[in-house]
Design a protein around this ligand. Sequence first.
Ligand SMILES: CC(C)(COP(=O)(O)OP(=O)(O)OC[C@H]1O[C@@H](n2cnc3c(N)ncnc32)[C@H](O)[C@@H]1OP(=O)(O)O)[C@@H](O)C(=O)NCCC(=O)NCCS
Length: 164
Amino acid sequence: MAASQIEIRTLGSTATQQDLAPLFSLNQTVFGFDPENPRPNASLPEWQTRLSKPDAALTYAIQAQGSTEPMGFFFTYPILQPEIGHLTYHIWLAGVNPSSRGLGIFPLLFEETRKKAKEAGYECLSVCTVPMRFEKMYRILQKNGWEFVAWREGGEKVLMKMKI
Ligand SMILES: CC(C)(COP(=O)(O)OP(=O)(O)OC[C@H]1O[C@@H](n2cnc3c(N)ncnc32)[C@H](O)[C@@H]1OP(=O)(O)O)[C@@H](O)C(=O)NCCC(=O)NCCS
């Protein structure tokens, strides 16, 4: 699928529960849900809280024509990372539906996020990932100009940043 056939849209603090539902469902498809150990990304109230932060955004991709099902999304907001020492625009969640991976959706979501963050005055993006679990994500970050900042959680999780 060519990039021109993919449309990027954004939701912010005014998003309704109905707006969020398909993205929340995609989140469950990508990351799963463990009822024994529910994580913050598996809670809709937590999504609403984080989306109410200034400049928070849910940026998502859909087919320009046809299905309105989201193919991939980023959930982003500003955060102060102690290891960085100033506000960065943080990618909290990034996920692409398994059936839509490898189509270039990640770079489209990334570019939209980078552009909006820069326009809003942020100098840096940040992201945390777990290389052992999210191998492709870690490879993408390493290949596309992200810098290592720190290991967290005993070396399981890595914090990375990129000047924009
Ligand atoms: C990681 C994930 C979001 C990537 O999405 P994707 O749609 O599969 O990625 P795409 O193949 O469309 O895009 C990545 C490619 O674009 C390239 N690319 C080009 N310019 C880029 C840019 N500016 N930024 C990022 N990637 C860029 C990457 O190098 C990569 O190429 P490669 O596969 O040859 O290394 C997706 O695989 C996923 O949801 N994985 C499971 C969940 C996950 O890991 N989430 C992140 C947790 S922190």
